[in-house]
Design a protein around this ligand. Structure first.
Ligand code: GLP
Length: 244
């Protein structure tokens, strides 16, 4: 099975073997995989080599360990297509998951330089700030801080409970705002202290930091949001076509 004379390092061969067993369902979701000792024996390598393979697979989000209990197969990542403008609630609902949020902060504040620039307003103009941990079936997935021009949605915070309601739904249905398109940038980081705490993440957990400005059909910016998605639980994909 393992090849000591292969140019592929042994720990990579072990990673590939475990990954293949997960893909083929031989190791099922939330089931325990063989221990470090068993794998070391099976491959005829030392435990450090196995430990390196397991630690990289953990960082990639394929497996997780439970202290003193062993290593288990993670549920598949949630994947989101990048072509459509959807809300977190819509994304989760379409996968049969229940979206919910924990509201860390909500209030009306004067826009700082960064927010003002993104929303094409002057600094100091009032904006609604909504800072939420987003959850799928109660599992923390992302941290999102949204900013919306207050004049577009007066009373929004008093009249809605954003621990269970969808922001986009309220903006569309109650304030008749047409959210038609967005500009979005995605960057990779490791989890910072604030993200670790609220997302229940470890120091090496990969984080996808996203900034999005959502516009209406008059090119007016409606929402500026900064998000941190757990890279071990979420992935984005896109369809690419050749340009004629
Ligand atoms: C996505 C977007 C955010 C937006 C949110 C609204 O997560 N990245 O920019 O604020 O959806 O979600 P919901 O309507 O579920 O509150």
């Amino acid at each position: 099975m393992k090849k000591h004379d292969s140019p592929v390092p042994l720990y990579v061969q072990i990673k590939d073997y475990i990954r293949l067993n997960i893909q083929n369902g031989i190791y099922a979701v939330n089931e325990r995989i063989p221990s470090e000792r068993q794998l070391a024996e099976q491959f005829g390598v030392n435990r450090l080599t196995v430990s390196k393979a397991l630690s990289e697979l953990t960082q990639e989000g394929l497996i997780y360990s439970s202290v003193g209990k062993g290593t288990y197969v993670s549920p598949a990542k949630i994947d989101q297509a990048l072509q459509s403008l959807t809300s977190f609630t819509e994304e989760m609902t379409s996968r049969g998951k229940k979206a919910s949020s924990s509201v860390l902060y909500s209030g009306v504040e004067p826009a700082n330089e960064e927010v003002a620039k993104a929303l094409s307003i002057l600094p100091g103009v009032e904006v609604v700030v909504l800072h939420r941990v987003r959850m799928a079936d109660s599992m923390p997935i992302a941290l999102e801080k949204s900013h919306i021009l207050y004049a577009l949605c007066p009373g929004i915070l008093e009249n809605h409970d954003f621990s269970r309601e969808s922001l986009y739904n309220v903006l569309r249905k109650e304030y008749h705002l047409r959210l038609t398109h967005a500009h979005q940038a995605i960057e990779a980081h490791t989890a910072g202290e604030d993200e670790r705490e609220v997302l229940d993440a470890g120091p090496c957990t990969p984080i996808l930091r996203i900034t999005r400005v959502t516009y209406n059909d008059n090119e007016q910016p409606i929402e500026y949001v900064r998000s941190s998605y757990r890279g071990d639980r979420y992935k984005f994909y896109t369809v690419l076509r050749q340009i004629d």
